[in-house]
Each structure stands twice: as C-alpha cells, then as structure tokens.
Ligand binder design. Sequence first.
Ligand code: SF4
Ligand code: SF4
Length: 219
Amino acid sequence: MQWLTMPLVPLVIVGGYFYPLLGLVIVGMIAVFMNIALFRGRYFCGWFCGLGGVFERILSKVSLNKPMLPLFTKKWFRWLMFGLMMSLLGSRLYMSGSDPELIGSTFRMMWIVSLGFATAFGLILKPRTWCTVCPMGTMQGLISKNTYLLRVDQGKCKECGICKKSCPIETDPGALKAEGQVPSLDCMRCSNCVVNCPTKALSFGSEQKSMKSMKSMSK
Ligand code: SF4
Ligand code: SF4
C-alpha cells in the first residue's frame, strides 16, 4: 500500500508548484484517515500514509538509524509540534480565504514543512521519527482513544524487548505489560511487533481494564 500512495508525495509537492489545486489531494487524504481512525486508530499511518512510505522505504536506505532521542517520547514535545503546525496551517488557511488554489498551496506547504523536518530527523535517527510527533498522526490518535488498541497479554509477555526493536517509532509494548495496552497515540497499528513477538503476546482489540486500574478499583 505504501508503494501505491508514495507517488502522491512528488505529485503534490512537484506537480503542485505548477498546479496548486493538487494540494487538495491532502484534504481528501485527511477525510479518509479521519474516517478510518474512528474504527482503526492510526491505521492509516501504519499502512497508507505516502509520507510514511517515503520515510520507511526510501529514507531508511540512507538513514544512520540511530535510536530516537528521549525528546520524541515526551508528551509536551508532541503537543508543542502539534500547536506549531496547526497554528501555521490555521493562519495560512485564514489568509487563503475561499480561494481553492491558495488552499491547495497551503496544504502543499504543510507537506513540504513536514518532509523537511522528517528528513532532518530521519537521516540521523530512525527513519520514521517524525511520525511520533506528526500532527496528522496526533489527530488520528485523538479521535480514537479507545479504538483498536494494541493489547499486551500479561500472562504471555516475557518483556524481551523484541517488540520495541521492531517498532518504527520505538514504542515499547512490553514495557506497558502492567497497563495491558498501548495508548492510541503511540501506536500506528502496523503490526510489526505483533508478527515479531515470540510469545504471541500482542493483538489488537478494544480497550480493556488494566491490571493497574483493576487493583486501584478494588482498593
Ligand atoms: S516481543 Fe512480545 S514477549 Fe517480548 S516484550 Fe514485546 S510483547 Fe513481550
Ligand atoms: S507498537 Fe507495534 S503496531 Fe504499534 S507502531 Fe509499533 S510496531 Fe507498529
């Protein structure tokens, strides 16, 4: 699927220079992923995102692939990036008025900014580092807080850490064994960890009461 959606990136960024309406392809994509997110969380990020495909299939060939900096796991940093990117988008859309070409150019500009940040991070760190703070991923995670969560079977998980190594955004499901599930925002539902877990401890499903919350309820 990523190979199919990746051509959208040069189409919008290069083609949009000559034909700004191509930027509206991104509006269509947002509509698609917001609908998918209602049922499958950040599934779009894991399987369909053209930018994610570029990072995972092309940038990965030249990336130094160093571990992500702790900064990218901090909630405040995700919300800072979200605030900055959405303010930029909102102000540019306000200035665009109702001109479809200016609106298309605005969305194209957002992709250029995202690609610039993502390439800078991804050349040195994990290729999909940007996906930990991408505002589009954050939007999907927000509307799918309890949907299709990655669950950790507390009886089967041996905390071996293989899931973290196989995760493109370094999420560590094994470390969340006590919670029993991974927060929606932190998982792109790509299934890499599910297929690599040696004890088959991972699966997707709806929210469940964690061991921690059950204990606090029984007190
Ligand atoms: S790979 Fe499986 S067993 Fe290992 S830490 Fe992750 S969930 Fe637990
Ligand atoms: S936690 Fe697993 S399913 Fe979620 S993004 Fe990482 S590898 Fe993919």
